[in-house]
Ligand binder design. Structure first.
Ligand code: FAD
Ligand code: FES
Length: 268
């Protein structure tokens, strides 16, 4: 774990309301791990490590609320951002030959990092990209350049299958031969992915998002009801069958004060 203050070398507008911040630093994080990014006077928020090389890593930050708004509006190329990490239990693909990645929205950065690691190890990697429109499909070229097979699904049908990315997953699972399914993105999508994988007797790994404070397992903010597991330390990546046992998976989460809120952020 490191505490870093890094200069932003480049900012790429990858999708509406999503900016990718490029840092020249070899973080060597495992796929699915995250850093806590600090915006002084506002908040500190978890962000997944996306694209990585020996000398660079990317954070793709979607506009959500106060902290991400401050980063989007105030941080320019040449400015510095404070962060600590990497933290968390990563995705693993050891022993697998054929895997399927299912992602949507700001769940795509860890999928990209996983695709880099898996394709480097010679694992056949199929990526199912979901988004509201074709403009919301992230990192298509990067996945293609890695040699992944790609299938898109959009809500409006502007690219690929018109409908849910999980419809495409079901077709892939029907074909057979999938060793593991991985997912990160909207929680209801991840619930469906974990259930489908279970229906087809296929292992899955899901990356959960919960409000975090310490980010490394001591404050208890991110404990999940039912299992008591900590998203920051025992996760964010959990086996699908464990996630399906979490009482709150697909149902609710907690705000910074620990109060139960809906997955849409509204009070229950
Ligand atoms: C392990 C992990 C990795 C993440 N990786 C990324 C990433 O790569 N890119 C990205 O854009 N975002 C990522 N997030 C989500 C990101 O941390 C939140 O969107 C961010 O904290 C919102 O902060 P804010 O102050 O802008 O919004 P707030 O004002 O705090 O909240 C805005 C809305 O987002 C909801 N929210 C806030 N934090 C979370 C959270 N942690 N999980 C679920 N909902 C939340 C609130 O309930 C509210 O509805 C990740 C979260 C986790 C736990
Ligand atoms: S954020 Fe403190 S234990 Fe997870």
């Amino acid at each position: 774990m490191s505490v870093l203050t890094l200069e932003v070398k480049e900012i790429i507008e990858d999708a509406p309301n999503l900016k990718t911040y490029v840092f020249e630093h070899g973080l060597r994080a495992k796929p699915g791990q995250f850093v806590m990014v600090w915006m002084p006077g506002v908040d500190e928020v978890p962000m997944s490590i996306g694209w990585q090389s020996d000398t660079q890593f990317h954070l793709s930050i979607a506009l959500a609320g106060d902290c991400t708004k401050a980063i989007h509006e105030q941080i320019k190329v040449g400015d510095k951002l404070g962060m600590r990490g990497p933290y968390g239990n990563p995705f693993t693909h050891e022993g697998y030959k054929n895997i399927v990645l299912v992602g949507g929205g700001c769940g795509m950065p860890p999928m990209l990092s996983l695709a880099q690691s898996a394709t480097k190890a010679g694992v056949k990697t199929t990526v199912l990209l979901g988004g509201r429109t074709k403009d919301h499909l992230l990192f298509e070229k990067k996945f293609k350049d890695l040699g992944c097979e790609i299938h898109a699904a959009t809500d409006d049908g502007s690219k690929g299958h018109k409908g849910f990315v999980t419809d495409v997953l079901e077709k892939e699972l029907e074909k057979g031969g999938v060793d593991c399914v991985y997912t990160c993105g909207p929680e209801m999508m991840m619930v469906k992915v974990a259930q489908l994988a279970q229906d087809y007797n296929t292992p899955s790994q899901v990356s959960l998002e919960r409000y975090m404070k310490c980010g490394f397992g001591i404050c208890g903010q991110c404990c999940i009801d039912g299992t008591g597991l900590r998203v920051c330390k025992d996760g964010p990546v959990f086996p699908g069958e464990v996630a399906l046992k979490h009482q709150e998976f697909g149902k609710y989460k907690r705000d910074s004060a620990g109060v139960k809120i809906g997955l849409d952020g509204c009070r229950l």
